[in-house]
Design a protein around this ligand. Structure first.
Ligand code: AMP
Length: 587
């Protein structure tokens, strides 16, 4: 069926008047100072995310309002009000302080979406420590790498994750002094070298004076992947709260009565910025589902929890599309009023599917770990061009540029031309550095402009269209995966001489991780060896990161300086032109 290129919006469709309703006028009158005044702050110009997200409401009219509704895998339902969340996070912060953990130390959290994760993140921020949530589907190797890079002093995890992913590597982590374990189904734990989370909390005081962090003090550390080297630790600060408040209002259109569901895991930046902080800053109720994706379950949650604003991801939408419209229509959700999506290109069909399934289009938006918050968005009041990421938010200056030899950039003014997406410095949630990698951080900038590494086009109406990434990083099911980390794990297998990893387009996942390896002398390619290498990678890296496909090659294409040419592997895999191969080593 032919669909029009634009989905027009009219004010008569709005069930709740959108906050952002005059594109240019609100951008023109916008100021970060005005946003700062919406937050309470702490005496002496201090600012702490947890105070703004939790205590401010816990002391006000919303203290008995649910902050979180946690749904367990077996449908257990736990509600935490803002007052309860304040009390539990105070306890966590008190206990952490009693352990000798101080402002500026790093706390890692590795768990599924259980209440303890949220208490630890917010309690840690209260105590002024830097918090780094890790994805629980990571294997032992990515966990150990990140704990080491971040010099984690404390880890909150579950007993089973500890046993599977950390215990065996603990001797490699001398800086990790304290491990707090959450037992399965509330059971107490007693594992040597660890403390029980429940007991730890029970013994602590309900009263805690939130550490008066400065706006520029570090708050969260999110690891992201690059093309080469170890993962990059993007360092964020407490001032990011301004961005989360602003985007919660303009991009997600949060209103006080909303029931909000962000389906992202806090192990990825969306699940923290928008799964924890932004909704709490607005005092709304967030639904948190512990279980993994299941189409029927998701429709049931949308319906039974009365979700009104839903922030999800293209892979999830594609999986819902696969499950069929009947399933969606069997569970009408009249309260749902706004659907947004982030993390990968959102196909136009997925935007339209929203209309077919819920009578609401899906609104794509764009940002990345480094930017800390949503930068470009489709919002409720504005027309959608399906396939476009939308337009820059208030306070956000975007441009398309071409990098030049001398490190400068030239700006592309004409619509319709491809360039690298650049953002003008000055929004509060921009990362303040890559942990321990000053040069890598500096290289992200040209003068006043941050260069995102994404290629895009802009049309005559100012809408941005994603074209691709300028590097080899892979996006699979919304997760950014560094080929280097995967290649390193493959190389540990005794049979592997060389490894090259690419993202191969995939109908549901966006991209699928595909590996190419050449074998060491004495090894023969076989189905059994393929399975063995894939199994090894899965054990080291975890299912979310490990390759799903593997091909054997006699040798991998390399540059004369010995770098594997992933671009060429990809072109050959997809049957695309090989482009410039002048750097190719002749074998
Ligand atoms: P991450 O840092 O893991 O959040 O990944 C950020 C990257 O995901 C961006 O640099 C883009 O390459 C991609 N991405 C995020 N949102 C979108 C979107 N709406 N459309 C296309 N790609 C996106």
């Amino acid at each position: 069926m032919d669909r029009p290129a634009v989905i027009h919006k009219t004010a008569s469709e709005w069930r709740v008047a959108p906050h952002w309703n005059a594109y240019e006028a609100q951008r023109a009158s916008f100021s970060w100072d005005a946003v700062r005044r919406q937050l309470e702050g702490l005496p002496g110009g201090a600012l702490n995310i947890a105070h703004e997200a939790v205590d401010r409401h816990a002391r006000g009219a919303r203290r008995h309002h649910p902050a979180f509704v946690f749904l367990g895998e077996q449908w257990r339902r736990d509600v935490l009000t803002y007052a309860e969340l304040a009390r539990l996070t105070n306890r966590f912060a008190s206990a952490l302080t009693a352990l000798g953990i101080r402002r500026g130390d790093t706390l890692f959290v590795l768990s599924g979406r259980i209440p303890e994760l949220y208490i630890a993140v917010l309690g840690g921020l209260k105590a002024g420590v830097v918090v780094s949530p890790l994805f629980s589907a990571f294997g032992p190797e990515p966990v150990a790498t990140r704990l080491t890079l971040g010099a984690g002093r404390v880890l909150v995890t579950t007993e089973s994750l500890y046993r599977r992913k950390v215990e065996g590597l603990r001797s490699r982590l001398p800086q990790l002094e304290q491990v707090l374990l959450v037992g399965e189904n509330g059971a107490e734990t007693s594992v040597s070298g660890t403390l029980d989370f429940g007991r730890f909390l029970a013994s602590a005081s309900d009263v805690f004076d939130t550490v008066p962090t400065r706006p520029e003090d570090p708050s969260l550390l999110h690891f992201t992947s690059g093309t080469t080297g170890t993962p990059k630790g993007a360092q964020h600060v407490h001032e990011a709260a301004l961005m989360h408040w602003m985007t919660g209002k303009y991009a997600l259109d949060l209103h006080p009565a909303d029931i909000y569901w962000c389906t992202a895991d806090p192990g990825w930046v969306t699940g923290t910025s928008y799964g924890i902080i932004a909704p709490l800053l607005h005092g709304v109720t967030s639904v948190i589902d512990e279980a993994e994706f299941d189409a029927e379950r998701w429709y049931r949650i949308l319906q039974e929890e009365g979700v009104s604003v839903w922030y999800t991801a293209p892979t999830a939408i594609r999986m819902l599309m696969k499950a069929g419209l009947e399933l969606a229509r069997a569970r009408p959700c009249p309260q749902l009023r706004f659907i947004a999506s982030v993390g990968e290109p959102l196909n136009p069909e997925a935007v339209w599917w929203g209309l077919d399934a819920f009578g609401l289009p899906v609104h794509d938006n764009w940002w990345q770990t480094e930017t800390g918050g949503i930068m470009i968005a489709n919002a409720p009041a504005f027309d959608i061009k399906p396939g476009s990421m939308g337009r820059p938010l208030p306070g956000v200056e975007a441009a398309l540029v071409r990098r030049q030899q001398d490190g400068g950039v030239s700006f592309i003014k004409e619509p319709g031309h491809e360039g690298e997406l650049a953002l003008k410095k000055g929004w509060p949630s921009m990362m303040r550095g890559y942990l321990g990698e000053a040069a890598r951080y500096r290289n992200c900038f040209s003068g006043e402009w941050y260069l995102t590494g994404d290629l895009a086009k802009r049309d005559e109406d100012g809408y941005y269209w994603f074209v691709g990434r300028s590097d080899d990083v892979i996006k699979s099911a919304g997760h950014l995966i560094g080929p280097f980390e995967v290649e390193s794990a493959l190389m540990e297998h005794p049979a592997v001489a060389e490894a090259g990893v690419i993202g191969k387009p995939h109908e549901t996942l966006g991209e699928l991780v595909k590996a190419f390896v050449s074998l060491r002398h004495g090894f023969e390619a076989s189905e059994a060896l393929r399975r063995d290498i894939l199994g090894h990678a899965r054990k080291r890296l975890g299912a979310a990161v490990a390759p799903k496909e593997l091909d054997f090659l006699d040798s991998l294409p390399k540059t004369r300086s010995g770098k594997i040419m992933r671009r060429l592997l990809k072109a050959r895999e997809l049957g695309l032109p090989e482009g410039d191969t002048s750097a190719l080593e002749q074998t």
